[in-house]
Design a protein around this ligand. Structure first.
Ligand SMILES: [Zn+2]
Length: 435
């Protein structure tokens, strides 16, 4: 039992957006038992953590990532998506379990230190002859202590079949479906409070056959796991879909049975009003990746419009080769600023951006037990100090300061009631990314 005592502000992120000043949170057995001002109803004396001066947020939730890319930052610096991918595929063709483990250590450490308590990962590169890739990142996430939703990703459309990736990094459909089924069997835990859930993630329209998309969706529904893919990221992709399938990317997904409340889609940059209505009507969620979309020159996802239309939108750092970082709080700032650049200074508040990165992420991952600080929810809590140099002069609104000012590291991070970051240090990981 731990009492996070006397926090300067507890941002509950509940439906009404309640914020409690000088409030405390009682954690017991991985669950939030009490939130409020004054003294909690205590049975036994708990461990007490001094929350004075700290802002408590629900742990941030990262809705799209490619951890293996952490070892390939700053490549193809002037390349758009297709050029960038074409330069990187041959390097990624050499990955192995050791690469995956060390990349996951770096990527998950970065996320944790930015206040992220839950992340997905979309791993879709399985070069012939490699083994243990998904297993490696599942092991690292468990060791670091983060809640993890890895996608067993896939590509089956190599260059010789009209796809973008070289043939050496794609697999055949039977291998993919069998490996996905095996991953679900081995790692997926559907129970409340689950620390690991598998999703099915064929990569993108230009690297996956229509048959694999359809059969992936069927498998996910049969096994009651979530479905994920990249869509509508660039105009090149839209042109590819029109030329190859005679349809826009979202139309293609609809025809393939790939929309629904069990689906979340990365990017959705080039979507029109009809696409947005289709996503809202089908309760399909979106992982918004502002930094990656700017880095590759892909454009700006109309996140404000999607949210206003009732689409459930979460936030994501995307892979570390197209973000060149994995700081989710920095991404919250990007989300707010890019929205303002598009739609004016009133278009997104700091709190709205934080809401996307918490409740929105929970919706992407199909979780109703995380994303808020409320009694009965899992105890995933990020505590940030706002007394450092970057927050000097921002005392008037410490919550807004977390987003408006340059992002500082998390002071303490709890996941499932257990400390993952304590006093700014990772609790369970000493050597990070050593190969
Ligand atoms: Zn991605």
């Amino acid at each position: 039992m731990i009492l996070l005592d006397g926090c300067r502000v507890v941002v509950t992120m509940d439906e009404a957006g309640t914020e409690l000043e000088n409030a405390s949170i009682l954690i017991d057995g991985g669950v939030i038992r009490w939130v409020g001002r004054g003294r909690p109803p205590l049975g036994e004396p708990p461990e007490v953590l001094d929350g004075r001066g700290l802002v408590a947020l629900p742990g941030l939730i990262n809705a799209h990532h490619h951890l293996y890319q952490t070892h390939t930052r700053v490549h193809a610096q002037q390349g758009g998506l297709f050029d960038w991918l074409s330069e990187l595929y041959p390097i990624w063709a050499t990955i192995d379990a050791d690469w995956e483990r060390t990349a996951a250590e770096v990527g998950l450490a970065e996320l944790a230190l930015s206040g992220c308590s839950t992340t997905t990962d979309h791993h879709y590169v399985f070069p012939a002859g490699t083994a243990g890739l998904l297993e490696a990142e599942v092991e690292v996430a468990a060791r670091v202590g983060l809640r993890f939703h890895p996608c067993r990703g896939s590509m089956d459309l190599g260059q010789s079949s009209g796809g973008l990736p070289p043939d050496g990094v794609v697999e055949d459909i039977d291998t993919i479906l069998a490996a996905t089924e095996a991953a679900i069997q081995r790692f997926h835990n559907p129970a409340p409070g689950s620390m690991c859930r598998i999703a099915v993630g064929p990569c993108s329209p230009f690297s996956v056959s229509e048959r694999l998309m359809r059969e992936s969706a069927e498998l996910a529904r049969q096994r009651e796991v979530r479905l994920h893919t990249h869509i509508a990221e660039t105009l090149d992709e839209e042109a590819f879909c029109q030329a190859t399938f005679g349809r826009r990317p979202l139309e293609l997904l609809e025809d393939l049975g790939f929309l629904g409340e069990d689906v979340w889609l990365a990017h959705c940059v080039h979507v029109n009003d009809a696409d947005i209505r289709r996503m809202a009507a089908t309760r399909t969620a979106v992982a918004w990746c502002p930094t990656s979309n700017m880095r590759l020159g892909s454009g700006f996802a109309p996140a404000r419009e999607m949210i206003d239309a009732g689409v459930r939108v979460g936030l994501a750092v995307d892979g570390s080769a197209s973000n060149d970082g994995g700081n989710l709080l920095a991404e919250v700032r990007q989300a707010m600023l890019t929205t303002r650049a598009r739609k004016g200074a009133a278009a997104m508040t700091a709190r709205q951006a934080l809401r996307v990165a918490t409740r929105g992420g929970a919706a992407c991952l199909g979780r109703d037990d995380i994303g808020t600080i409320e009694v009965g929810k899992r105890a995933d809590i990020a505590l940030f100090a706002t007394d450092g140099l970057t927050h000097r002069g921002a005392e008037a609104d410490p919550v807004a300061a977390l987003v408006f000012c340059n992002p500082g590291p998390v002071r303490h991070l709890f996941v499932e009631g257990k400390p993952v970051v304590r006093d700014g240090q990772l609790v369970n990981l000493n050597k990070v990314g050593v190969r």
